[in-house]
Design a protein around this ligand. Structure first.
Ligand code: DGL
Length: 284
């Protein structure tokens, strides 16, 4: 690993932008705050346009670039695309537009899922868009060939909407998850990659279904921690880590309802950051 010999304390003061189609940003943000508590963070939930999972690639690229343009006006030093769907569809376009910025994406944890599997079968839950993307298919095929592990994938249509509504343990969400998970468990998966950043918020439900229906223990893989580590490495390499003991600030924005994001932060992370509603013009 190479570290910058000339850390730039002024540039290091700039915030890190984190965005997702909605509250999925919060499942990544909690790992970033835990690992990099001094960093100033700006979190954008594009809940007014969620879910991304059923949108065309062109629409997802459009939303990603609009939010990145907003974050750029806030002088961010890095953008974390805390969304598997937007990473698959738009990270190449984002890097092309902002070559000067650190851009970190998130992908389903197929590598750890394969490494930890004893049965040779790993499950992947993600949006339909992520699973259909050429980026995901290339990753899946490459890891299957090198490890011999087969991946059983399931698009969880409707699950992001349930989580956006705050229905993390309702009977409707439990039934939906059971319908998606049961066939994978019957097929004998023993690892399960959560390929959407919303899904860690229903991990307790997933664990309950696994407990009831699987004959073997199933290891659940969330990539939030790996994303935080990758961000830390990238900031170190460019000398952009905020090296101070003072805690970083957190400001949140939403294209949906302000009160919904205030509640999501309070309920999901026990945090109470200032939340501003973004107008259509600021992310058009
Ligand atoms: N959190 C997003 C992801 O990781 C959800 C996408 C959506 O809005 O459908 O894929």
């Amino acid at each position: 690993m190479t570290f910058s010999e000339h850390p730039d304390p002024v540039a290091a003061e700039a915030p890190v932008g984190i965005f997702d189609s909605g509250v999925g940003a919060l499942s990544v943000l909690r790992h970033i705050r835990a690992r990099l508590p001094s960093e100033h963070l700006l979190c954008v939930a594009d809940s007014g346009h969620a879910p991304y999972g059923g949108k065309s690639d062109a629409e997802i690229v459009g939303r990603t670039l609009a939010i990145a343009a907003f974050l750029r006006t806030k002088n961010v030093k890095a953008i974390v695309v805390a969304c598997n769907t937007a990473t698959a569809a738009a990270i190449a376009a984002l890097r092309q537009h902002y070559p000067e910025l650190i851009v970190i994406g998130v992908e389903p944890g197929l590598k750890p899922a394969a490494a930890l599997s004893k049965s040779g079968k790993a499950g992947v839950l993600a949006t339909a868009s992520t699973l259909a993307s050429s980026r995901f298919i290339a990753l899946r095929d490459q890891i299957s060939v090198t490890t011999g592990v087969s991946f059983i994938t399931q698009a969880c249509v409707g699950l992001v909407e349930q989580i956006e509504k705050g229905e993390l343990s309702s009977p409707a969400t439990a039934l939906m998850l059971q319908r998606y998970l049961s066939p994978l468990l019957r097929d004998g998966i023993d690892t399960l990659a959560l390929g959407c950043t919303h899904y860690p918020f229903v991990q307790p439900l997933i664990e309950a279904i696994v407990q009831r229906e699987s004959v073997v223990p199933v290891t659940i893989i969330d990539t939030g921690e790996a994303v935080a580590r990758q961000l830390e490495r990238s900031l170190q390499q460019r000398g952009l880590q905020r090296l101070t003991l003072s805690e970083g600030t957190l400001q949140a924005y939403t294209t949906g309802s302000r009160s919904a994001l205030v509640n999501a932060f309070a309920q999901l992370l026990d945090l109470h950051p200032p939340v501003a509603e973004l107008t259509a013009e600021s992310t058009a």
